[in-house]
Design a binder for this molecule. Structure first.
Ligand SMILES: C[S@@+](CC[C@H](N)C(=O)[O-])C[C@H]1O[C@@H](n2cnc3c(N)ncnc32)[C@H](O)[C@@H]1O
Length: 211
C-alpha cells in the first residue's frame, strides 16, 4: 500500500469514534446535501449504488432510507466497524477507491462524498477509471469535495487526535475536467456555501451509454 494511503487509513482509524460522534447529525443541518442525495437517488434508480469513502455510513443509510440499494466502502476498518454497528441493515465493506474489487458494470451509481479529497492528483485518473469499470452504462457519479486550489496536511482533528492526512482542494472546473478525461459527461456543477472560507463542491457526472 502506498504510504499516503496507509497514513490516510491510520488517521481515520484513529479518529473514527470521534468523527462519528461529532458529525453524527451532519445531514440534519445540510438541506442542500440532502437535496443532492435525493437527486442522486432519482438519477441512479433503485441501485445498487456504492458510497465510497462512506465513513460512519450516515450518507449510505440516508440513501437506503430513500429506497436505494446503497452499500458503503471505506479504507478505514474502524470506520467500517462503526458503520456496521450504527446501521445494521446496511452492507459495509473495507476497501479502497484506488483498488475497487466490485464486479464490472455492477452498480448504477458511485458516490464519493469528501473522500476523493484524500487522493493526490496523480492517482485520480486511476480512481476514475475504476469508477467507469464498475458502473453500468449511464451510471451516475456525484463527487463532493472541498473547493480551493491548495493541498494542506491535517495533523490532528476531531478533538485533537493525531492525524497525518493530506487534503487536496479542487475547483469544480478541475474535478469536471478530470471526469471528462475519464470519459464521463458532466451534468451538474454545484457550489455550496460560496461565502465560506472553504466552500463545498459537488460535481455530478454520467458514464457513457455503452463502451
Ligand atoms: C472526510 S471523511 C468523509 C466520510 C463520509 N463520506 C461523509 O461525507 O461523512 C473521508 C472518508 O474517506 C475515507 N477514504 C479516504 N481515502 C479513501 C480511499 N482511498 N478509499 C476509500 N475510502 C477512503 C476515509 O477513511 C474517511 O472515512
Amino acid at each position: 500500500m502506498k504510504p499516503w494511503l496507509a497514513s490516510t487509513r491510520t488517521s481515520y482509524d484513529t479518529v473514527a469514534a470521534a468523527y462519528a460522534g461529532q458529525l453524527r447529525d451532519r445531514l440534519d443541518d445540510e438541506p442542500y446535501l440532502r437535496a443532492v442525495l435525493g437527486l442522486f437517488a432519482e438519477l441512479a434508480g433503485s441501485g445498487p449504488v456504492a458510497d465510497i469513502g462512506c465513513g460512519p455510513g450516515w450518507v449510505t443509510a440516508h440513501l437506503h432510507g430513500l429506497g436505494v440499494d446503497a452499500f458503503g466502502i471505506d479504507l478505514s476498518p474502524e470506520m467500517i466497524a462503526y458503520a456496521r454497528r450504527a446501521q445494521p441493515g446496511v452492507r459495509f465493506e473495507v476497501g479502497s477507491m484506488t483498488d475497487l474489487t466490485l464486479r464490472a458494470a455492477s452498480v448504477s451509481g458511485v458516490l464519493a462524498f469528501w473522500s476523493m479529497i484524500h487522493v493526490p492528483d496523480c492517482a485520480v485518473p486511476g480512481v476514475l477509471a475504476g469508477f467507469r469499470r464498475v458502473l453500468r452504462p449511464r451510471g451516475v457519479v456525484p463527487i463532493g469535495f472541498h473547493v480551493g486550489t491548495e493541498t494542506t496536511l491535517k495533523t490532528s482533528g476531531y478533538g485533537g487526535h493525531p492525524m497525518h492526512v493530506h487534503i487536496h482542494r479542487r475547483t469544480p472546473a478541475v474535478v469536471s475536467a478530470l471526469l471528462r478525461d475519464a470519459g464521463f459527461t458532466i451534468e451538474a456543477e454545484i457550489l455550496l456555501n460560496p461565502d465560506d472560507r472553504v466552500p463545498g463542491g459537488v460535481v455530478i457526472a454520467r458514464a457513457p451509454a455503452a463502451d
